[in-house]
Design a binder for this molecule. Structure first.
Ligand code: PFF
Length: 455
């Protein structure tokens, strides 16, 4: 991302679009449903919403404040605001998390490209639910196909980060995001009206709190950080290009609302559709890819051309939503290498792309030929997902909350958050309370509780 194009975040809509573009992605449409499915449904969603409100949004305001005040990449931000301290390790851990996430995230992004081609060649027509499962397993078991799509996606991201064409991306986001939203609403309406969809709706709306254990809490917390792009300095980097008149709490609230709405809408597509054809909700990472073709098939199968057009549109929009997220991930690492190691942006970006591609290929293979190789009982793909989403991001969020709530100069915090002194003192105090006490204690509790369970 070039400095010039980042300056464009000055427009208020641009700010929200860029941040929401990073937040809304595979995390909402692919990861949220399968985590919900793995963790029992409605109760998980309620815990998730709690995590967004009590940890996510307050920490997002903190990340925005750190970024806008320091006007630098995430690692340097801490060096500037707390020189000579170890806080810079929070920034560095964030960069490492971004690097690892980009590696395995691109694998899933690559699948979306493959599904665009499958949709365009009308290969969903006449298939049964088992056929869709077989097609997905076929794709992931193949050593070449998903790896090549992953590389294609990585190169697209690389090209955009190096050429700095975000301006175009930002402009098109203005059309794409509402289009994606409308398409999700249409698909949700179709999904809930499928025969047998009622059980899926129950799964989403009837909480069973007896299912809430440490694992559910950790899953919901990790999903909140992952989905909101929090805890690794991504929104901090973006905020370094926000203008002074951007209202940080309002922007965080908007991004949080948009992101959560997209996730819940996706749930209303996936679960009614899955229950309708008898698919298990805990199918894991394959859930979106084995469920959605059923919706196109069953709802629009009678009008084949419509099924083809809508499914192409969906996978294209999904790929673009993933692209605005991979750009933000790539940017965090590229900006860090470029600024801290005094290398050109081009060279920094090549290093990031090469490193993440290697991780991506390994993660892709770990779902097929390398299935037997496990770390702590997980495939490499699952391990990186666990390590980043459930450990590194919440840990980063914990330290960001402590740093901003307890260490950063109060005047700086008030200056950044209060929107030129116009924010009501009571709102500011409530935010600070959440940041200083609720978020760090809550995150620590969930970690300790889950580690206790693991013993
Ligand atoms: N929030 C993105 C999604 O939900 O798909 C993923 C992501 C992007 C996570 C950027 C972290 C990040 F820094």
């Amino acid at each position: 991302m070039t400095k010039n194009s980042r300056a464009n975040f000055g427009s208020k809509l641009g700010v929200i679009l860029a941040s929401a573009g990073s937040a809304v992605g595979l995390g909402n449409i692919w990861r949220f449903p399968y985590e919900t499915g793995n963790h029992g449904g409605a109760a998980f969603i309620l815990v998730y919403i709690g995590c967004v409100l009590f940890f996510g949004i307050p920490i997002m305001v903190a990340e925005f404040s750190i970024g806008r005040h320091s006007r630098s990449n995430t690692a340097r931000a801490y060096q500037k605001l707390a020189p000579g301290t170890h806080w810079r390790w929070v920034g560095r851990m964030g960069v490492l998390a971004g690097f690892l996430i980009l590696g395995y995230y691109s694998v899933v992004a690559g699948w979306t490209l493959d599904y665009i081609v499958q949709a365009a060649s009308n290969s969903f027509a006449g298939q049964t639910a088992n056929g869709f499962i077989a097609a997905f397993n076929n794709l992931t078991a193949n050593p070449w196909r998903p790896a090549l799509w992953m590389l294609a996606f990585m190169l697209m991201t690389h090209f955009i980060v190096v050429k700095g064409v975000e301006k175009g991306i930002e402009q098109s986001s203005k059309i794409m995001m509402p289009m994606l939203f409308i398409l999700l609403i249409i698909l949700a309406i179709c999904a809930v009206s499928l025969p047998g969809a009622g059980n899926g709706i129950k799964f989403l709306l009837q909480p069973d709190f007896s299912k809430v254990d440490g694992n559910v809490l950790l899953g919901a917390m990790g999903q909140a950080f992952f989905s909101l792009s929090l805890g690794m300095g991504c929104l901090c980097t973006y905020a370094s290009y926000f203008r002074k008149d951007v209202n940080l709490p309002k922007t965080a609230l908007n991004v949080g609302i948009i992101d959560t709405m997209v996730a819940i809408l996706s749930g209303f597509i996936i679960f009614p559709a899955a229950f309708s054809v008898g698919l298990q909700p805990d199918a894991g990472p394959s859930l979106l890819f084995i469920t959605l073709p059923n919706v196109f098939q069953q709802a629009f199968g009678g009008v084949p051309w419509l099924a083809v057009i809508l499914s192409i549109m969906f996978y294209v929009l999904l790929a673009l939503a993933a692209l605005t997220s991979t750009i933000s991930l790539h940017e965090v690492v590229t900006a860090y290498l470029h600024e801290e190691f005094d290398m050109t942006r081009r060279k920094a970006a090549i290093l990031v792309t090469t490193g993440c591609s290697i991780i991506g290929v390994l993660c892709s293979l770990s779902l097929g030929v390398g299935k037997e190789l496990t770390i702590f009982g997980m495939t490499l793909f699952d391990f990186f997902d666990f390590l980043t989403a459930k450990i590194m991001l919440p840990l980063g969020g914990f330290f960001i909350a402590i740093f901003t709530g307890w260490f950063l100069d109060k005047h700086i915090v008030w200056e950044e958050v209060s929107n030129n002194g116009t924010l009501k003192k009571s709102i500011y105090r409530s935010w600070l309370f959440l940041l200083k006490y609720v978020a760090p204690i809550g995150i620590a509790f969930i970690f300790v509780n889950e580690l206790g369970l693991l013993k």
